[in-house]
Design a protein around this ligand. Structure first.
Ligand SMILES: [Zn+2]
Length: 177
């Protein structure tokens, strides 16, 4: 942060209108450890989710507890790769399942960043130089009518305030580990 005497210009571009910029006295709002922070583990996520009845995706989207940096598409895709239904009660998931979700989310984030991110037709995400990302072509279930892996029509529900998409065949509703 800069001292008040210094002139500062902050530019905030928010094409998808989910963003928020706040200047708070005393520093930034509390945020959970980043997705790539070694403190975030299957054990830490399982402990956070214990006894919670919310859907798994809601825990992944919560930026203030557990892990920061997972948005809607990354949660959908990580849960698909891990074979976990996003609406499954978070408290019922075994540590092994959280570990698999975490490994998947990290791998997908790395690949997506390398591809410039996800630009969907109805959203105007472009990078600072105006270039769209190309990772949308790799999406398996997010924003898709059918699962790219098996062709099953995707399911959809609101979980944690955001639309979740998943494949009932790849992500069995009763799988918890
Ligand atoms: Zn599938």
């Amino acid at each position: 942060m800069c001292s008040p005497e210094r002139a500062v210009e902050v530019r905030f571009r928010d094409p998808r209108t989910f963003g928020e910029l706040r200047v708070l006295p005393g520093g930034v709002a509390p945020v959970a450890p980043d997705l790539f922070d070694p403190a975030v583990t299957g054990v830490s996520l399982q402990a956070l989710a214990a006894r919670r009845r919310v859907g798994v995706k809601a825990v992944l989207l919560d930026q203030t507890q557990g892990v920061a940096g997972i948005g809607s598409y990354l949660a959908d895709e990580a849960l698909h790769r891990a074979g976990i239904d996003p609406t499954a009660p978070a408290g019922e998931l075994a540590t092994a399942a959280w570990e698999r979700i975490l490994v998947a989310a990290r791998a997908i984030a790395v690949d997506s960043i390398a591809a410039g991110g996800v630009t969907l037709e109805d959203e105007g995400w472009v990078d600072l130089w105006g270039r769209p990302g190309t990772y949308a072509a790799e999406l398996q279930v997010h924003a898709r009518a059918t699962c790219a892996a098996c062709g099953t029509p995707t399911s959809s529900a609101v979980v944690g305030g955001r639309r979740a998409r998943w494949c009932r065949r790849c992500q069995h509703p009763r799988r918890r580990r």
